[in-house]
Design a protein around this ligand. Structure first.
Ligand SMILES: NC(=O)c1ccc[n+]([C@@H]2O[C@H](COP(=O)([O-])OP(=O)(O)OC[C@H]3O[C@@H](n4cnc5c(N)ncnc54)[C@H](OP(=O)(O)O)[C@@H]3O)[C@@H](O)[C@H]2O)c1
Length: 274
């Protein structure tokens, strides 16, 4: 079984550098995929209240020692308050059948609702209470992150954003780095775009004897981004984990980054979100 390399988050928790995404999967699909993933050596599993599969994920988690798996969940905008964050944690922990979460994220900032700072204060309290080991955000832009930092003095440990060679988010990543925030990538394979069949990706894949998916995930991991590709297929699950035993050249990294903006526009979290 492969050992996944780890990154240490700003508050000291170690997080695997690649994980499994579980959306869209129902409880039964999630149970199957997470069980296979754990068998293959995955140690980071990403779910959310919104995916409605925490029960299925939790069933699969029973197959591994709790302290060996890094479990992430996220909560929706109706829980954007201090008490709400606690209730959201309790609901997710119960469905997952766990006593604590490794990482809990505010799923979307929903700036029109304007209560994400309160949600953040709730997460800080959960971390202080030892109920979550690490806290973070998802789909937060630098302006949203800056507000959290200004109003609470505490930066998220992780920000999970839509990122791949078609959405490189270069300035966001630089902001994250300045504030010690680890960037996690959703849709890391460019779901909904032609990224994997793009000639640039295909050519690099051929040169390394790897799949297109592995090349794209290596582009991310080589730049300290943590991808959470979704797969329900055993072979692709195995491929997506095996991305640390080859290196792309600086030229290859740059040609992949040049695909920025070639897909459909990324989700705009000033307006989208639940
Ligand atoms: N925070 C957020 O707002 C947010 C939003 C969306 C998603 N997410 C998270 O991010 C995860 C991943 O994002 P995503 O599912 O949108 O996109 P993705 O991981 O970029 O792409 C998933 C798709 O690629 C296929 N695939 C997987 N591995 C492959 C490979 N090696 N070669 C070719 N195709 C491959 C999968 O099909 P098979 O299953 O058939 O392999 C699936 O159709 C989600 O599952 C979820 O956990 C978070």
């Amino acid at each position: 079984m492969s050992q996944v390399p780890m990154v240490t988050l700003s508050h000291g928790t170690a997080m695997p550098r690649v994980g499994l995404g579980t959306s869209p999967m129902n409880d039964a699909d999630a149970e199957r995929a997470v069980s296979t993933a754990l068998e293959l050596g995955y140690r980071l599993i990403d779910t959310a209240e919104n995916y409605r599969n925490e029960v299925g994920v939790g069933r699969a988690l029973k197959h591994a020692p709790r302290d060996e798996v890094f479990v992430t969940s996220k909560f929706n905008k109706r829980w954007h308050s201090v008490d709400g964050a606690r209730q959201a944690f309790e609901a997710s922990a119960e469905k997952l059948g766990v006593e604590y979460l490794d990482l809990l994220l505010i799923h979307w900032p929903n700036p029109e609702q304007d209560r994400y700072v309160e949600a953040w204060q709730g997460l800080i309290a959960l971390r202080e209470a030892g109920l979550v080991r690490a806290i973070g955000t998802s789909n937060f832009k630098p302006t949203h992150l800056q507000r959290l930092i200004d109003e609470t003095g505490v930066a998220p440990e992780v920000n999970q954003v839509q990122l791949s060679p078609v959405w490189t988010k270069t300035s966001e990543r630089a902001f994250h780095q300045r504030h010690g925030i680890v960037t996690e990538a959703w849709s890391p394979l460019g779901k909904g775009t032609d990224l994997l069949s793009h000639p640039t990706v295909q050519e690099i894949a051929k040169a390394h004897g790897r799949s297109a998916g592995q090349v794209v995930l290596r582009w991310e991991t080589q730049q300290d981004v943590v991808p959470i590709p979704k797969s329900a297929d055993r072979e692709r699950l195995a491929q997506n984990l095996a991305v640390f035993d080859f290196d792309l050249t600086d030229g290859e990294l740059a040609s992949l980054a040049a695909l920025d903006g070639t897909g459909r526009p990324a989700a705009d979290s000033d307006h989208a979100g639940h």
